[in-house]
Design a protein around this ligand. Structure first.
Ligand code: 1CP
Length: 339
């Protein structure tokens, strides 16, 4: 591969410079995405049409020259493949018209095979061929706990009362659903790897709303099952807000750990030890500042992580209204930085 900085960093090798990509790099920060999205008119159509998903995946490669592509899809394709369809409401986000509340609801969910998300698998094949071995392609899925939260709540939530209380009140039912999500996710990610994904990332976006005890019981075992099943493919686990679980996550069979911006690089390294690559973690809001400040904050972060085992990213997905020149300033600062 022409540029395999990302894979080198995940293997723990010294790199000539640090690799950089952005969570949500394919999306509304790019004018070409906004144009295409207006023309197509529906987010789900974009995700489910391999040619379009391929085009959107490649847009940030052309515009930003990042060191990895991430396949354009969504974490909510898994609940849909299990039997719980979602709708994407304009300016509101994803909503599930039906949700999981009873044991009978859990029983109705199927363990999805790869055919349930064949459109993403097809899109990966198209992207792989278009990339022509220039940079790695990242596949992804939601972590079981985060998917569980959407299936029970029906959307994002301020308090996640339904999903969190289910862990206390109906633990067996919760485990039954988490098991089905995990098996579906393993099938899906294995298909992504067979189609050409070089790395996979698990997004545990709602990790930080669980107590450490609940996280250990209801998220960690399922993350481990997925990481083990995918060996030897490098897996990156991004558990947002889970400062309390960093040392446990570092013990999973994963090559990398994503960090949100609330965690200092030193704290993360102390908790995680030296056998894992850290990814992150500039506050996405730094990118609303003047360019000299963006550059300064980025340089500080590069230094704080030290020379090795670091993949540069933001601490969460880039926000849709972020100025593009700040995004480019961030990326160029990383590329010019001498380790
Ligand atoms: O470029 C990329 O990163 C690839 C595309 C990608 C990824 C990795 C999309 C496209 N979604 C995701 C992951 C995803 N989806 C996560 C995990 C990462 C995170 O924490 O941001 C989550 C929680 C979702 C669910 C989701 N999809 C939300 C959040 C809902 C909430 O709880 O408030 C939203 C708004 C979406 C829609 C979506 N997915 C992707 C895009 C580009 C969009 C915006 C749709 C649009 O406006 O065009």
């Amino acid at each position: 591969m022409k540029n395999d900085l990302l894979l080198q960093a995940l293997r723990g090798e010294a790199t000539r410079r640090k690799p950089v990509w952005l969570m949500r790099q394919a999306g509304r920060i790019l004018p070409q995405y906004r144009r295409l999205s207006e023309r197509v008119g529906s987010f789900k159509t974009m995700v489910q049409t391999p040619d379009i998903a391929c085009e959107v995946t490649l847009q940030p490669i052309e515009e930003l020259d990042v060191d990895a592509a991430i396949i354009f899809s969504d974490i909510l394709v898994i609940p849909e493949a299990m039997g719980l369809p979602y709708e994407m409401e304009k300016n509101k986000g994803p909503v599930f018209p039906a949700t999981i509340g009873t044991a009978a609801d859990v029983d109705r969910m199927i363990i999805a095979g790869e055919e349930g998300v064949d459109y993403t698998v097809k899109a990966i094949k198209l992207v792989k061929s278009a990339l022509n071995n220039t940079i790695p392609l990242i596949g992804f899925a939601g972590a079981p706990w985060t998917i569980f939260a959407y299936m029970v709540e029906g959307s994002g939530s301020k308090t996640f009362t339904l999903s969190r209380s289910m862990l206390y009140n109906r633990p067996e039912m919760a485990h039954a659903l988490l098991h089905k999500i995990t098996q579906s996710t393993i099938n899906y990610l294995k298909a992504q790897v067979s189609a050409g994904a070089d790395v996979v990332q698990l997004f545990d976006t709602w990790a930080g709303i669980l107590s450490p005890q609940l996280y250990t019981r209801f998220s960690m075992p399922y993350l481990q099952q997925i990481c083990s099943a995918l060996q030897p493919t490098p897996v990156i686990v991004f558990a947002k807000g889970a400062f309390f679980a960093l040392s446990e996550i570092a013990q999973l069979s994963c090559a990398g750990m994503g960090l949100d911006w609330t965690i200092s690089p030193k704290f993360a390294r102390d908790m995680a030890g030296n056998n894992i690559t850290l990814q992150g973690n500039l506050d996405p809001c730094v990118l609303y500042a003047e360019l000299p400040f963006v550059q300064k904050a980025t340089l500080q972060m590069l230094q704080d992580f030290g020379p090795n085992r670091h993949i540069v990213n933001l601490g969460h997905g880039v926000y849709p209204d972020t100025p593009l020149d700040a995004v480019k300033c961030f990326i160029n600062t990383v590329k010019q930085y001498k380790i």
